[in-house]
Design a protein around this ligand. Sequence first.
Ligand code: ZN
Length: 314
Amino acid sequence: MPDEDFDQDFYERIKAYEGRAAVTGGEGKDPVNEPMIRHWCEAMGDTGTGYPAVAPPTMLQVWTMGGLSGHTGRSAAYDELFALLDGAGFTSVVATDCEQEYLRPLRPGERVTFDAVVESVSPRKATKLGTGHFVTTRMDVRSEGGLAGTHRFRILKYAPARRTSKDRRPRPVINRDNAGFWEGVARHWLLIQRCGGCATLRFPWLPGCNSCGSAEWETVEASGAGTVYSYVVMHHPQFPAFSASDDASPGRAAPYAVGLIQLAEGVRVISNITGVPHDKVRIGMPVELEFLGVDEELTLPVFRSADHGEGGRG
Ligand code: ZN
């Protein structure tokens, strides 16, 4: 089977990168320092004692980061490996997991150096995202005091399982907290959450109430009436996926209007404004909810101008 021969040959070529340097002689841009430690602790909500005399061990990778300008020391081998994977169609990348091992605390003033090695390249694996190869890289982080820790991270270089057209509108991210909203949309209901504790309405959906903290809630179906509270007109960049949603300008890409709609119930919703040219959208303009069938899988709530009697509904 020629395909299997090719696959085996390809795997041998990429496996040959195991043990090769990914980064050699990397140097931290700044010494371990108290401001960075303080920012980190604030961001993490860590109000414990002991900092910033000692850097939190989980900051290990922070001291190696190159920032926007990147850092020197990245090896050609690592880029070659990625180019091989790209060339074989494994063009997408996702970070899958990371393990760290802490050997010694880092203290303000210490200078960090690091080296990284391609530790392993997996055989081809089928995943939900697509088929590809896991690449594990191990970084050893040192300072004047010796090895401080290791940072092992794994990425998957893969060929996407389903080719998604750039012309396809991006899918909403549906999770436990907002699944009910999207189930409502599928039934052509725009559901607002109402707190079970204090009856405050909220949108977008959240697991708890911002006013009283209650996790109890029920839903109220929006009447569909609203007004444009604010809006922007999208000119650039032009995303083909967003070009067809405004039937006032069929087939045209940007510009199009995105409104912050004040619903009659009082909450605000961001969505497209349809049925009116983008330059005719005005603050205070009445709009009415409708459901746009974007494609065979996706329905979105949008707001049609109620100012223009174009009679083009549906
Ligand atoms: Zn409440």
